[in-house]
Design a protein around this ligand. Structure first.
Ligand SMILES: [Zn+2]
Length: 87
């Protein structure tokens, strides 16, 4: 089983955005829409889950990737908040 480390980082970063005064909808549907849009624009970083390497890698590279991740998440949140797919 492999895990996309970028997804783990993006999920964590999304919580930062929500806690930082995001005014759009934060339901599960919108969260997943935001993540999907952002992750399509970010390079995936696959790692084997068994070794625990994914988490080591995530910690090592999180700072380096975080600027890109936050930029893409902010962009995605902007799109989703303007065109929510539910009532
Ligand atoms: Zn929503």
């Amino acid at each position: 089983m492999v895990v996309n480390v970028m997804e783990e980082i993006a999920r964590n970063a999304l919580q930062d955005i929500f806690e930082d005064g995001y005014t759009g909808c934060m339901c599960e549907v919108c969260q997943n829409d935001i993540l999907a849009i952002a992750l399509n624009r970010l390079p995936p970083q696959y790692s084997s889950r068994q070794t625990g390497e994914a988490y080591i890698k995530a910690r090592l590279f999180a700072d380096q990737w975080k600027v890109d991740v936050l930029r893409e998440l902010t962009h995605a949140a902007d799109i989703v908040s303007k065109s929510t797919r539910h009532a």
